[in-house]
Design a protein around this ligand. Structure first.
Ligand code: ZN
Length: 354
């Protein structure tokens, strides 16, 4: 039997950034169709909220020439329609939406409209009930996948576990200190547990976040308010510092401190998104002595390989996904979710549009 063809224009709700440093506004937008080569129409059911969006909203990286635009880069949903040339997914497939490129066509970014006025969007956006997403920003997942947590495989899980496994390549017995125990930090802890790192030191200013970090397998917790993190991490690593330091937040002062908690030689990874023009101080002598500072690019994730692997590990109870979600909100409450993330509320906030 032939499937009913999607009808355009399609009108739906989306959270829009109209002005820097202002709350997002949830409005109706339309996609007029047709889909371009490589574009896929997805009914987005769930989206996580990530630090990258806080950075975009705050305007930390300077003037935003794409305003007004849509947001969000980790999501999950079902494919409703495919454009010419799409071969990776078919109508009815469950998919995880991600910002890291995978195989398939790098389709043009979609254009949405509201009363004749253009609303911009990138290759993937997830703070919206429907999305036109490039084929290479999605991965098909098995039919029994729980989409209400699989959205986190779009960024938080893949970045956090990936920085440990793909980028740092932590080995059993390596010491790891994770600064910032939000969505990415908790997953870096899960990754460190998977490879039997020791000790796994969680550092945060929020005691609730540390409680969750302990739950996820941190062997030691350092509460910034009570303890000097550099002294504490060194005390837990025979006075030399952690072989791997993972910095998941964007706070520059905190980053300077985190770097100093690292061993020499050793490696520090930045997974957070700092303001584009911010600077911080380092000791060049430490660099000379082989302290490496590296950026994490989405945890070095290969989406088709890693997303499927992590789903399998979750099924085997080797990693936890459900427990990462601390809060579920409606799209209309998106600004509340953003406020929680800015305040450092532990775990990930998921927008439920199902
Ligand atoms: Zn992200």
């Amino acid at each position: 039997m032939e499937r009913k063809k999607m009808q355009y224009p399609l009108t739906f709700k989306a959270a829009i950034l109209r002005e820097i440093n202002k709350p997002l506004s949830v409005e109706s937008v339309s996609f007029n169709g047709p889909l371009q080569p490589g574009q896929v129409m997805v009914r987005v059911f769930y989206s996580g909220i990530c630090g990258k969006q806080i950075e975009e909203i705050s305007g930390a990286s300077g003037p935003d020439k794409f305003l007004p635009h849509m947001l969000g880069h980790e999501g999950s949903g079902i494919v409703l329609d495919i454009g010419p040339g799409v071969s990776k997914v078919a109508v009815g497939d469950k998919v995880v939406l991600h910002w890291v490129k995978s195989g398939g066509i790098d389709a043009p970014t979609p254009i949405y409209f509201q009363e004749g006025k253009r609303i911009n969007a990138g290759w993937v956006t997830t703070f919206n009930e429907y999305a036109v997403v490039a084929e290479n920003r999605m991965t098909k997942v098995p039919g029994d996948t729980n989409l209400s947590v699989a959205c986190l495989l779009g960024c938080a899980v893949t970045t956090g576990i990936g920085v440990i496994i793909n980028e740092a390549r932590v080995k059993p017995g390596d010491s790891v200190a994770i600064f910032g125990c939000g969505g990415v930090g908790l997953n870096a802890i899960q990754g460190a547990v998977l490879v039997n790192a020791f000790p796994i030191i969680a550092v945060d200013k929020n005691p609730e976040a540390l409680k969750l970090a302990k739950d996820f397998g941190a062997t030691h917790c350092v509460l910034v308010k009570d303890q000097d993190p550099v002294i504490s991490v060194k005390a837990l690593t025979d006075g030399v510092g952690a072989e791997f330091v993972i910095i998941t937040n964007s706070d520059i002062k905190g980053a300077e401190m985190a770097v100093e908690a690292g061993r020499i030689p050793g490696t520090v990874f930045f997974t957070g998104v700092p303001a584009k023009d911010s600077f911080f101080s380092i000791r060049p002598f430490a660099i000379h002595c082989q302290r490496s500072l590296l950026g994490s690019y989405g945890g070095g994730t290969v989406p088709e390989r890693d997303i499927i692997r992590y789903l399998m590990l979750a099924q085997q109870k080797k990693i936890r996904l459900v427990e990462l979600v601390s809060q579920r909100i409606k799209l209309e409450e998106v600004n509340e979710g953003i406020r929680c993330l800015t305040k450092g509320v532990p775990g990930r906030c998921v927008i439920d549009m199902s």
